[in-house]
Every structure is written in C-alpha cells, then in structure tokens.
Write a protein that binds this ligand. Structure first.
Ligand SMILES: [Zn+2]
Length: 89
C-alpha cells in the first residue's frame, strides 16, 4: 500500500478506517476499503457488510455499462439518420 497525503475539507466528518486511518467521504467506500485492503483482519459482520456493498457496487457498474451502451447506440443511429437526411438532399 502506498503512502498518500490526504486533505479533508473543513467541516467534513470523514469515515476513518480503524486499521490504517485513511479517510473516506462515504461509509460505503470505507466498507469497500476494509474488504479490499484489510480482508484478513475483518470480523464476520464487516465481511458480510463488504459483500453487500460489493454486490451493490457491481449492480451499479452493470447499470452504468448498460446506460453507456444505450447512449452509444442512440448516438450512432442519431448520426446515421442525420447523415442519411443530409446526404439525400
Ligand atoms: Zn484501511
């Protein structure tokens, strides 16, 4: 693990990792960090929380990929129709 300097904006109360002290804006990020970086040291509850958060994250990623693909398809056909209309006249 590399050492990184963090700057936490004033007024923010970050979720701090109990194992290494890294700050996270969202509790979900902290849970994912626990699973990825401190997998061997976690309690059963923390492991279960990690798998839940990981599942949610994977679902969100799938939705994002579908949306990105949908937008690409729309752009492709949009430009195709524009080309067809302009090309005819
Ligand atoms: Zn940590």
């Amino acid at each position: 693990m590399t050492t990184t300097d963090y700057s936490v904006p004033t007024g923010e109360s970050p979720h701090v990792c109990a194992y290494c002290g890294d700050p996270f804006r969202e509790e979900e990020y902290l849970v994912l960090h626990h699973g990825l970086e401190h997998g061997d040291e976690l309690s059963e509850d923390e492991v279960a929380a990690f798998y839940d958060a990981y599942e949610v994250e994977t679902e969100e990623l799938k939705h994002f990929r579908l949306k990105a693909l949908g937008i690409l398809v729309l752009l492709y056909f949009g430009f195709l129709f524009i080309y067809a209309i302009i090309g005819i006249s």
